[in-house]
Design a protein around this ligand. Structure first.
Ligand code: TXA
Ligand code: MG
Length: 323
């Protein structure tokens, strides 16, 4: 299959209208979308990604009206989240309407809904004329794509069209909030932080780890590079810790907020010192992909405190560790 790489929204939307899948940019990561009402088209997403069928998709909309078409019970907390954060990098789980095919929600009676803030994404969904069901546009289990180049690494020749846009502004996926339970729970930490969500409903909390299976995606190893990932806790530059690290066999890479002493840098085939937490989040998945391309054996990632977007960063790091 030849993959059309285009900046034309009209052209990309014509594939969706034909029942095909299209990869498209958003402010979080690239998505692999299909018409949410077209069961056959949605099946193509699962096939292309090698995604387990019990892992439901997020449905992307451009108008608040669409939320009420997809769900019959938009709860008070959901309304507040929608008012404050839509369009933006947060997803709400609500009870689903019959109109949504079971394949989209993996047979659940709930649906994940998100309204992206990137204008290009919104224009694309509008041009499609239907809500777009889309997971991240990566082969299941590999790091989410933050640039169209990553999408091509995974899908060139395997999907008919990639809509090219800017690199992802945030680089981590949306926060998933289950609004069907009381109090609402965060099933997947993301760009919109727990602290921000508490401003609309102070009862919102992070789901205990055991309960997160409710978000089926959370039970799989995820976001993962080929390399072994090691999280460095409480590391102090210039202490013995980095020295010990460099005794490991094979190619090594480092990403973290803290700098490494100049004499140690040469021991790593790649290193990245993030400017701050947002920069760490934005570059993490791209860093994983570069490491894989270089044949890195061990990636050392500096731990961060689980505050703000730090919670999402630690969640992705822990998910990337091979069991
Ligand atoms: O930022 C994002 O959310 C990106 C962009 C493309 O929008 N999408 C994304 O999709 O990350 P995906 O499929 O990689 O992750 C969706 C997550 C999964 O963990 C899935 O299990 C969960 O949302 N999810 C979807 N529907 C659900 C539902 N009805 N109940 C519980 N969890 C659900
Ligand atoms: Mg994903």
């Amino acid at each position: 299959m030849k993959t059309l790489i285009t900046t034309s929204i009209t052209k990309a939307a014509s594939f969706i209208k034909k029942g095909e899948v299209v990869a498209f940019p958003t402010e979080t990561v690239y998505g692999l979308g299909a018409n949410a009402y077209d069961e056959k088209a949605v099946r193509k997403i699962f096939k292309a990604k090698g995604r387990p069928e019990d892992n439901p998709l997020i449905v992307h909309v451009t108008s608040k009206k669409d939320i009420y078409v997809l769900s019959y019970d938009v709860t008070d907390t959901a309304k507040k989240i929608i008012k404050k954060f839509f369009p933006g990098p947060v997803t709400v789980i609500l009870k689903k309407n019959e109109i949504v095919p079971d394949v989209v929600t993996a047979g659940l009676d709930t649906i994940a809904i998100r309204m992206p803030s990137l204008k290009l994404t919104r224009d694309f969904i509008k041009a499609c004329g239907v809500p777009i069901a889309a997971p991240s546009a990566n082969i299941s289990g590999s790091p989410s794509p933050t640039s169209f180049i990553h999408v091509l690494q995974d899908f060139e020749g395997r999907i008919p069209c990639v809509l090219v846009g800017p690199d992802a502004k945030f680089g981590l996926e949306s926060t998933v909030v289950d609004c069907t339970v009381n109090p609402p729970v965060i099933l997947r930490p993301g760009v919109i932080t727990l602290e921000q969500l508490k401003q609309v409903d102070k009862k919102i909390r992070v789901a205990p780890k055991s309960a997160r299976v409710k978000s089926p995606g959370q039970k799989y190893r995820h976001y993962a590079p080929e390399a072994r990932l090691k999280i460095i806790k409480n590391y102090v530059p210039r202490s013995a810790e980095p020295l010990k690290i460099t005794n490991a066999k094979g190619k090594k890479a480092y990403i973290g907020i803290r700098n490494l002493p100049a004499d140690l840098r040469s021991k790593f085939v790649r290193y990245y010192f993030a400017k701050d937490l947002n920069d760490y989040a934005k570059k993490l998945f791209a860093f994983f992909r570069v490491c894989d391309a270089l044949g890195v054996k061990t990636i050392y990632a500096g731990a961060v405190s689980e505050k703000g977007i730090g919670l999402a960063i630690m969640n992705r790091l822990l998910k990337a560790i091979k069991n």
